[in-house]
Design a protein. Structure first.
Length: 313
């Protein structure tokens, strides 16, 4: 049976810390602390598992933190097949201040990947492609892995006619994009870095999206923060307004969009179904403090509220 495959070279555990406010050079006592999934593709697997959609998670992992990542995925019904590398799977810290909207993320890079690890991961990936319905890949890269890794993996999937959903920042984004993935999901900052300009409006995002589509044949799903999102497809485009939810933490919201797109490709559904599911799941992740944490009941409740408005209207 065809399988969703997610590929995460730089596995992550997110530690979310909630504080009343940030005061420099003072001891701050947390009002809440949560460990949850991290890393764009593994987040997608985690969310898909919560929604009852199984997947195979590939990547690199190490140490006790790597085993914790696997345990979290297994709890959601995800099958894992990570290459054990040197160092330690990283822990990123998400700081949520109760007196402001949004969060701050502190990232680290603690995996050490050798050439033989990269080759082993490519072999496992090639095997997984034989039964893959769709591949999700992206995120940062650990030491020892170059951005060309993403381009090669996208090309391997294309050679087997397996659609790819790719989400990364520069320089990984442009190098992977040159291999022509099926979809990318940049936010406004990542799109601006790719295009060499500031993206502040739907008009600017649409122009950039059309340029990407025409040059690479890749459809961008662009998230624009509080403005919502813009999906630029080959023969149509949609503006997707944000849902009015009380945001506890937006960690993993973009990865929920990846999960929705992936689900529709896996099921052979129209991309519109994937957009609705993805943005309902994105809103649902905002209701909980943990990264990519979501309740299926919230997704089901929010799904009818997602609007796809033709753009330009």
């Amino acid at each position: 049976m065809p399988t969703i495959v997610t590929l995460t070279p730089n596995t992550t555990l997110d530690h979310t810390v909630i504080i009343p406010s940030f005061v420099h050079l003072k001891t701050i006592r947390s009002t809440g602390s949560f460990f949850s999934m991290g890393g764009k593709p593994t987040d997608a697997s985690f969310i898909l598992g919560t929604l009852g959609i199984p997947s195979l998670a590939l990547g690199c992992a190490a140490g006790a933190i790597g085993r914790k990542v696997e345990d979290l995925l297994h709890e959601r019904g995800v099958t894992t097949d990570f290459i054990e590398v040197n160092g330690e799977t990283r822990i990123n810290t998400i700081i949520v201040c109760e007196d402001v909207i949004g969060q701050t993320t502190l990232t680290v890079n603690t995996l050490d990947v050798l050439p033989e690890h990269v080759e082993a991961l490519k072999r496992r990936y090639a095997e997984a492609l034989e039964d893959a319905s769709v591949v999700v890949m992206g995120g940062t890269l650990p030491r020892g892995v170059t951005p060309e890794f993403y381009a090669e993996c996208i090309e391997m999937a294309r050679a087997r006619h397996v659609p790819t959903v790719y989400d990364a920042a520069e320089p990984n984004l442009s190098i992977g994009l040159a291999a022509c993935p099926t979809y990318i999901k940049p936010n406004e900052a990542e799109l601006g870095q790719l295009m060499g300009q500031t993206i502040e409006s739907f008009e600017e995002a649409f122009a950039a999206g059309r340029q990407i589509l025409e040059q690479y044949g890749t459809a961008p799903i662009i998230t624009l923060g509080p403005q919502g999102a813009l999906a630029v497809l080959p023969d149509r485009a949609y503006r997707i307004p944000p849902l009015p939810v009380e945001v506890v933490s937006a960690g993993g919201a973009g990865d929920a969009v990846l999960a929705g797109i992936t689900a529709s490709l896996h099921r052979g559904q129209p991309i519109e179904d994937g957009l609705r599911l993805g943005f309902a799941a994105a809103a649902a992740t905002c209701l909980l403090p943990g990264t990519a944490d979501v309740r299926a009941a919230d997704v089901e409740r929010l799904l009818p509220q997602v609007a796809l408005i033709p753009y330009p209207g």
